[in-house]
Design a protein around this ligand. Structure first.
Ligand code: SIN
Ligand code: CO
Length: 374
């Protein structure tokens, strides 16, 4: 299904993105759920799929992580089932992503789908990512507060809630409506009529994640071997002091490691194309030979990119799923970045290049692209 999103992106970015929450009423006309509750429950039974079941009764919150063996004994009300990265596992659900692909690919994280019974919800909380919550079937009551400092606590070890807040948005979402919430704005949604919600989530790493990943990269690649030196050393007044000049030199030694553009871009490309959720990778068996790939493309076959695969162009290099891909055919690497489906016509300029077909064969044999009819 082709989902058509009615949104003035320029105006949205100027007024709301990362600034304030907004309701986009009837953003999708005649919205049809891409997945049924039963199919969602089926996904939550799989070990590779990240899911949670959250319920509350008389203020008593419970949470459990999947995979789940059964959904009996749950009752008719007060619970929700939430499944992460549904776009990785369910092709029709992935169709909800393209309408949001006006924003940079690297910022996108995943599609989370929730099924909730009347009064079901995850409780008042704050997220540190941008989210577009699309209302599918059913109705939910949403309250969103201002981004003010609020106390947070855990009503259950797996849940982080926020204290009561005044609402700046208080509304009932109906099928096809979207609620956009920037990071830091407290919100809570309760179901009025059994509902499916589709959350398009974005990622924004913090300094801790970046430094931690960069430090791993430095260790793995045996970088940062230059030691501190001080040939100009003079006797200090107090031997216990680390002088401001020395502090600055040490800081600079660290910055120098980060500031090598080749190092930084190579690390960033790998980091930013590593998905936060498991991919549904199936390696073809037997593996394809280069000639098979060439012939199939020549016969008009289409290659489809694995859903959730991150393919990005970072500082003049190209990366796929945490690894660089190298080819002189950068125009065709741009095609791999830009299109979800490719064919011989789109990659015509590299079709006769043995090295490019070899690279493509490797990507197909890694399970990153697959032939639509095979
Ligand atoms: C939900 O769908 O209940 C949770 C979505 C959210 O608040 O982030
Ligand atoms: Co939330």
């Amino acid at each position: 299904m082709d989902y058509q999103l009615d949104l003035d992106w320029n105006n949205f970015l100027k007024e709301y993105w990362q600034k304030k929450p907004v309701i986009l009423k009837h953003a999708f006309k005649q919205f049809i759920d891409p997945i049924s509750a039963d199919e969602l429950a089926g996904l939550a039974m799989e070990t590779d799929v990240d899911s949670r079941l959250i319920s509350h009764n008389n203020g008593h919150w419970q949470a459990a992580n999947g995979p789940f063996e059964s959904f009996n004994n749950l009752g008719e009300t007060n619970w929700s089932l939430l499944v992460q990265a549904v776009n990785h596992w369910h092709q029709p659900s992935a169709a909800l992503i393209p309408p949001f692909q006006r924003l940079p690919d690297w910022r996108f994280d995943d599609l989370m789908v929730s099924f909730s019974t009347p009064k079901g919800g995850v409780g008042p909380h704050i997220d540190n990512y941008d989210v577009f919550i699309i209302q599918g079937s059913g109705k939910r009551h949403w309250r969103v507060g201002d981004a003010l400092p609020l106390k947070q606590w855990c009503p259950h070890p797996a849940l982080l809630h926020v204290e009561p807040f005044d609402a700046i948005i208080d509304t009932i979402l109906e099928s096809g409506d979207i609620l956009y919430i920037p990071p830091g704005f407290p919100h809570e949604g309760y179901t009025i009529e059994t509902a499916m919600s589709f959350s398009i989530g974005f990622r924004a790493p913090n300094g801790r994640e970046l430094i931690s990943s960069f430090a791993d990269y430095v260790l793995e690649h045996d970088l940062g071997n230059i030691h501190y030196t001080d040939p100009e050393l003079m006797l200090p007044i107090s031997t216990a002091d680390v002088s401001p000049k020395e502090i600055e030199k040490l800081r600079q030694l660290m910055i120098d490691v980060i500031q090598q553009p080749d190092t930084f871009n190579d690390w960033l490309g790998r980091f930013i194309t590593t998905p936060l959720h498991e991919l549904d990778i199936v390696r073809p068996d037997p593996a394809y030979q280069k000639d098979d790939v060439y012939d199939l493309l020549k016969q008009g076959e289409t290659l489809i990119r694995l859903n959730g695969l991150r393919v990005l162009h970072v500082g003049g290099r190209y990366f796929v799923n945490g690894e660089p891909i190298i080819s002189s055919h950068t125009d065709v690497l741009d095609v791999l970045c830009k299109y979800h489906e490719i064919n011989a016509a789109l990659i015509a300029s590299a079709m006769e290049s043995k090295s490019f077909i070899a690279l493509l064969t490797e990507l197909i044999n890694s399970g990153y692209w697959y032939f639509s009819d095979y």
